[in-house]
Design a protein around this ligand. Structure first.
Ligand code: FES
Length: 113
């Protein structure tokens, strides 16, 4: 059975002085994503993850399996992440042959993009 669409939230706390997703409010972001997915009955899981290896870009959130990757996430970005998760779920559940939604997103957009 394929993995259900899941929003992965890095909640790692790194040693003092090092940038981490936890240090940028990732646990509160995860709690709010859990609340919103339940209230909206999206059928999308929210799970913690221990480091994507992109700590300087935290807070980092990824839609799995194989979905969009969000960086510099704040509370204001959560509606866009939920929209992307729903779009990814719709794509994954559709018959083969459809065009996938965008897979890489940086919030805010990278300079020059
Ligand atoms: S601490 Fe979140 S990506 Fe490393």
């Amino acid at each position: 059975m394929p993995m259900p669409v899941t929003i992965l939230v890095c909640i790692k706390e790194r040693t003092a002085g090092k940038t981490s997703c936890a240090g940028r409010g990732a646990e509160a972001l995860m709690a709010e994503l859990e609340r919103l997915t339940a209230v909206k009955k999206l059928g999308i899981e929210v799970e913690p993850l221990r480091c994507f290896g992109r700590c300087e870009e935290g807070a980092n959130v990824r839609i799995a399996p194989g979905g969009a990757f969000f960086h510099h996430v704040t509370t204001e970005d959560l509606p866009a992440i939920l929209d992307a998760a729903v779009a990814w779920k719709t794509f994954k559940e559709a018959p083969p042959g459809g065009a996938p939604p965008p897979l890489e997103k940086s919030i805010p957009p990278a300079p020059g993009s």
